[in-house]
Write a protein that binds this ligand. Structure first.
Ligand code: G3H
Ligand code: ZN
Length: 289
């Protein structure tokens, strides 16, 4: 089920869109769209500025915990819309609920103006996951919001190929996040991703695939994942590490710094450099037209 890309035009000519059009184009043309997690105003601004400079479409992922940290769904929606306007951002931007834990959370995000939601009911039974996903899709469809679901679970239970096929057939979900050995956070030990399984899921599910836990994966693994049908790549930890490493250096260098704006901004260049590096690796630079 691919709903048409909705463009929400405010006073300027910026666009907040759902993820369908940009993900299906990425799948067709063999690159991936980054989904960067936002944690506060500054991160949102830095990511928007760098992606705009790169002319790269971007998905801003907000987890439930980040949303409540930032002041709720409406605060996040207004923050993103107003930054897009203030910074004169010209690229397609998706505001996405990352790992929504319930149907209600997804509905709340949709009502507030998110243009994309992920229902993560992967810890439930297959049937419950199907039913909850259908409920979210029927709510989202009328508002042109795209829906991502997860099948298998990132804590080690890899996705079953037949279930992935049945799941997309039964739900009509827009994109699917499989579990192929990928993990959130910092990987320890050898990273083993099942690319045969990923390719099989891509063939049978026939929707853009999402790679979660992509921080720490080398260039080769990222490129292979894109080759196997991944069109959206989620990154949080790598940005956190880049930003906090730089900030820590700054505070060690200047132990008298106290202005929070100066302190938070000391991680700006490192975060932007990391965003640019990922944009290059994912092949999404100059794809914003
Ligand atoms: O949903 C968010 C991601 O999957 C981020 O994972 O922190 O390992 O980059 P990461
Ligand atoms: Zn994730």
């Amino acid at each position: 089920m691919l709903v048409k890309c909705v463009k929400i035009i405010l006073e300027g000519d910026y666009v907040l869109v759902n993820s369908n059009e940009i993900l299906s184009r990425a799948l067709k043309e063999g690159y991936a769209i980054p989904a960067y997690n936002i944690n506060n105003l500054e991160w949102t601004r830095f990511i928007l500025e760098e992606c705009n400079k790169d002319k790269a479409p971007v998905i801003l992922g907000a987890s439930e915990s980040a949303i409540s940290y930032m002041g709720g769904f409406k605060t996040v929606v207004n923050l993103v819309k107003n930054l897009i306007d203030y910074l004169n951002i010209k690229i397609p931007v998706v505001l996405h609920l990352d790992h929504g834990k319930s149907v209600d959370a997804c509905k709340g995000a949709i009502d507030a103006g998110f243009t994309s939601v992920m229902l993560d009911a992967s810890s439930k039974s297959f049937d419950e996951n199907v039913n909850d996903t259908i409920e979210v899709i029927s709510y989202a469809k009328s508002k042109n919001v795209s829906v991502e679901a997860e099948i298998g679970s990132l804590n080690g239970e890899v996705t079953n190929l037949d279930e992935a096929k049945d799941f997309t057939l039964q739900t009509g979900v827009d994109s699917l996040a499989p579990s192929i050995g990928n993990l959130h956070g910092i990987y320890t030990g050898e990273i083993k991703l099942d690319f045969d399984l990923l390719g099989g899921i891509c063939k049978s599910a026939k929707v853009p695939l999402v790679l979660h836990g992509a921080s720490g994966l080398d260039e080769n693994k990222i490129k292979t994942a894109i080759f196997c049908g991944v069109s959206k790549i989620n990154i949080n930890t790598d940005l956190q590490i880049a930003w906090s490493t730089s900030l820590r250096k700054f505070l060690n260098y200047d132990d008298k710094a106290y202005d929070p704006r100066v302190i938070i901004k000391s991680g700006e260049l490192a975060l932007k450099k990391e965003v640019h590096k990922k944009n290059e690796l994912f092949g999404c630079i100059n794809k914003a037209n």
